[in-house]
Design a protein around this ligand. Sequence first.
Ligand code: PXP
Length: 246
Amino acid sequence: MHLGVNIDHVATLRQARYATMLDMHNVEPSPLQAAQAALRGGADSITLHVREDRRHMQDADAFAVRREVPLPLNLEMGATPEMLEFALRLKPDYICLVPERRQEITTEGGLDVASRVDELRPMVQALAANGSRVSLFIDPETAQIEAAAAIGAPMVELHTGRFANTLGAEREAETQRLIVAAECGHALGIEVHAGHGIQIANLAELNRVPHLTELNIGHTLISRAVFVGLEAAVREMKEAIAAFKW
Ligand code: PXP
């Protein structure tokens, strides 16, 4: 099981103080140092989200991680012409297309691929031709996975936010949706990843979902890092994931 470490919150913290002072000598914390700590802790890839409004990660952060961290880089980005142009210059190993605007989002919060097949297909093709494998961040719905297959996306990331944020019967229903979606993706030859709200505490239940090959995890790692450091937090997560057969 691959662990992608999402370091966005490091940029969020930096911007909270230094958004208008990024050229100063004392700016902290550094997303590049976070990526290096994640590498030491055993991360398999680094995930960062460059938003259209650049409110957290800046272009320079992405280029620094790309240049200096010997791990695959997974760029999360909105499916827009401007971000496409950025991704073609950055050339990350992986790209995960995510919704940023209200109208791009399906009911639960994933990218609405099913209603945008014709628009997304050329973007996925252009990114693939540029050397980036593309994933689509979608709700665990068969229609979205079939649309991802129709576009030719080799990977999807199933949105686990609802799974993470519910309990009892709702959690069980969401787990079942994830299982069905993962089976559908696997049957269509698509690599199935999961992300959002994953914590050590919900790994055992997530482990019921078959065919997962990568988990993208951010918030809990950065939260834990406040107390033990990011390297240790990533190592703990790797060990917790390795306790299960995926
Ligand atoms: N995957 C995607 C597509 C995301 O946008 C995020 C961040 O919200 C994550 C994974 C990581 O989620 P979390 O920070 O809740 O672990």
